[in-house]
Ligand binder design. Sequence first.
Ligand code: SAH
Length: 510
Amino acid sequence: MPKGSVYLVGAGPGNPGLITVRAKELIESCDTLIYDSLVHPAVLALQKEKCEQIFVGKKSGCHSVPQAEIQSLIVAKAREGKLVVRLKGGDPFIFGRGSEEALFLRQEGVYFEIVPGITAAIGAGAFSGTPLTQRNSSSTLVIVTGHEDPEKPEISVDWANIPRVNSTVCVYMGISRLELIAASLMDAGFESDTAVACVEWATLGCQRVCRGSLGTICGDAKEFKLKSPAVIIIGENAGMGDEISWFESQPLQGRRFVVTRSQGQASELSEKLEKLGAEVIGLPLISISRNVNEQTRDDVFAELASYDWIVFSSPNGVRHFFDTFFEKFDDIRSLGFIRIAAVGKSTAKEISKFYVATDLIPEEANAESLADALVATESLDSAKVLLVTGNLGRDVLLKKLEEARAIVDRFEVYRTDPTDLSSDPAAKAFREQGADAILFTSSSGVKSFVDQAKDLVLSADAIRPKTVSIGPITSASMERLGVPRNFQAKEASLDSLVEELVRNFGKESN
Ligand code: SAH
């Protein structure tokens, strides 16, 4: 990918799983990312660290950045030698002004490529169970804009000549003009009982579908409090949703959860929730980075063979330990014949990624149980233990092991810092939309949530979230810091947390 070039990339309809392989590759490797509203925060999070992200979409209540300004910005960044991704919701050539940007780039002599994306109508059709074409009922697909601004020089829509017979009509940007659109189509000869499905936030966990007919849809939409963004699908097939809808029946569909973990860590929980249909906002409250004192590292590595146990108290510890280890050694056997303990299953899973087995995992995933389980092995007397932690590691483990007469060396490999949320897209989404629940999975997560509460104040019409804790230690921290708790997972594990959510927020629970 040559520097100084521009990629006009479609980000798909919203669900982060629906971007193309090519889009992912480009987002991961670009230097500058220029993006609009409606691009999911999880897609933005794919970008490599320390890259420039520039938001040029509409800020609530404000006008968007003028198109000419966006175009100049893209060219300027390319001229700086940057690999620029211009990311747009859906497809760049469907109501996305991608063609204007491409023409300008050609005129300026800047190299560009265009990467298509799944446009909103295609996403809305699939995720609402509305086939946009069908052998027996729809042979024509119309994609049309409902937003006609007399102030703007766009060509107007010829509603009277929209194909009426055996067609499916998908209207973008039409919610504020729904009444006019329905009336124009009926004037043009569409029957008032023609089926209509309005798909709001299509493909996302918070997707809602308002179904009706041309004659009823205005009232239906009001009652439903239908809001933009939505695609209005009109035609016989729009009535098929009840027969082949699938997304809406997933247990957590329609729910939005906030995951409070550092970026890398959030993905496992997010994936589990998304598989059940939920929408996840990953609030990167904390950022985790490697933090190794070189002297300590050298001392530890010099004595590696003399340790009896190596104890990992978090998956982050595992990752940063092995990254540090493999910088020094190129063979796993340099670890020696050391016994390995992990605080819980997620930590053990991380260890297994390095093809190393864990010898001991306590019943409950916390420092006390880990210490008890180690003591129960009766192997600690005068044993050398390497305790791998972060800067916030609790002293409980160290104390208990020393009480059992072990010689413990603490090896700090990472640190936890608060993230700047004032400009973070996920935090912005949370402030605007709220969520059904905030999930706390660590004490440090609770602490940073409280510390950063000023950047997380919800807007007036945002959904007020409940709070869920992964286990007793996190719950205790919540209590100590004055965060009320609604639910706690039965066991301190991600799976148990997910079960708790299905129990309390799942479709069956209604
Ligand atoms: N280039 C985009 C369209 C941009 S115009 C694409 O190809 O999809 C913005 C309009 O797209 C919105 O008003 C709405 O009608 C539609 N839209 C975009 N994302 C949507 C989503 N997730 N659900 C429903 N409609 C969406």
